[in-house]
Structure formats: C-alpha cells, structure tokens
Unconditional design. Sequence first.
Length: 215
Amino acid sequence: MSDQNSPSSSNKALLVNRFRGFLPVVVDVETGGFNAQTDALLEIAAVTLKYDEQGHLHPDEVFDYHVEPFPNANIEAASLEFTGIHLESEFRFAEPESMVLPNLFKPIRKAIKHHGCNRAIMVGHNAHFDLGFLNAAINRNAIKRNPFHPFSCFDTASLAGLAYGHTVLAKSCQLAGIDFDNDEAHSAAYDAQKTAELFCLIVNQWKDLGGWQEF
C-alpha cells in the first residue's frame, strides 16, 4: 500500500456541497476476466480527492493493493497477458480479499468523516465494471459496512466522451493534456491515478466555464 499527504482541512466543506453529500473516490481494479462473480480480483487501487484554496479538485491519497485470487477463482490467460500481472512474482506481495477490503475501506471512511459526507461514490473509467468486482468481493467476504454507494457511480468514460470526444482512458488523457505512459498502464494504481486526474480536470473545467458554482 502507498499513500500521499493526508486530506487538507481547507475547503473540506466544498466536497459535501458539490456531490450531494457523496465523497467521490476513484477506483480501478485489475482482474482475471470480465465476470465479477467467477473471475479473480487481482489488484485494486483507490484515490481520494480534495479541494485547493482556489476551489479546484485534485487527487489526494492513493491506496494500492495486490489481491490473492479467492478460492476456485477463474483466471484467464489473456487477462494476465493484457495486464502484465505475474501471479507467482516474489515482489507481488498479495493479500487475501478479507484483509485488503477492510484495509482499503478504513481510510475511505476516515475521508468521508473528514469531509462531512454521508458515504463514498465510486469514480471509475467504465465504472460499473470496477463497481461490479468490488461488490462481488464485498459479498464474498460478508462485509457489512460498505462505504460506497452500491450502484451509483461517476463514469469518466462517459464524461470524457462528452468533454473530449473519446472514451478510451489513454486517448482521453492525451486529448486532455494529461501525460499517459502506456508502459505503466493496466496497473490498478497507475490507472486509478490517471482516472483521478481526468475526473478532476473535467470537474474543474466545468466549474471554470460557469457550469457549477458553490452555493
């Protein structure tokens, strides 16, 4: 796990006002396939957000975990080739879902409380894919206190299609002027951070155009 600076106390009320009491948290997962019920969750990363003194949204803390496949999980060889994940690597340091999810949710709950929000809402690129795998892991492990809204989410693929005319993460970032290294892509930590940058940029541009003002 890695993390950056803790949430700033300045302008923390902006988040609760901006998203109807929800705290947007950017999430990316890497998996063993496309079926959330049968295929393994292999990586998960989350990025919390904060406002600066000028009222612009920025990425804040980053949390990143490698996950052990759950018992009898399906793992497609094509998925491993696509992501570049080596399950047997001595540097993978994977933990079971039953450890990863509580460790991930603890700082997210702390951020929810810090900003005065009611719960988190997932931001993701094709977010329902990530939300499906997260919900499946929550159900497998009988976790009762899920900080995320169970079905609502913000999808940066849709937002990028509106703002930049493209839905692929790498191309959307390039069109938005965000550096994107294809050699680093398809790791949960990298994709989550780039998705967070993209989401913040779109939100900030909309604000600067006059589309939303604090009230």
